[in-house]
Design a protein around this ligand. Sequence first.
Ligand SMILES: [Cu+2]
Length: 162
Amino acid sequence: MASIACAAVTVPSYAALNAGVSKVTKVSSRATVVCSAAPVENKWSKLAKGLVATGASVLLAASAASAATVKLGSDKGELIFVPDAITVAAGEGITFVNNAGFPHNVVIDEAPDGVDGDALSHEDYLNSPGESFTMTLKDKGTYAVVCQPHQNGGMKMTINVQ
Ligand SMILES: [Cu+2]
């Protein structure tokens, strides 16, 4: 999700101005990825760099927020992970943040074959508002995760590592 090979702008029509554009790929309703084959050397160069930098940072921020941050407890106080399923790249950090209804913890109940889920778990309770930690999963596969205090109430999630 966070691997973006080339820079991005949010204004598709701008691509027509850029002589160095070799490919324009629509990646979502709001963003267009523009890949330049060579450095832009026309009069639009500075403008292009500014737009590209702005677009890329916006896109990266959006990806990080949706893909690799998990709230412990919903904004309404429900005892759930939000979201309860995510897909991340191998080695990408997943940050769990205490939100409501704590204490919570994050324990890997099922891990891919050969992976020590216990060693990767965060069994210590998160007790204070906003407390967080980051989990990094290097091995690809599907991980079933639970919060032990609220496991019986259904506080569980799935992490797919690709
Ligand atoms: Cu919990």
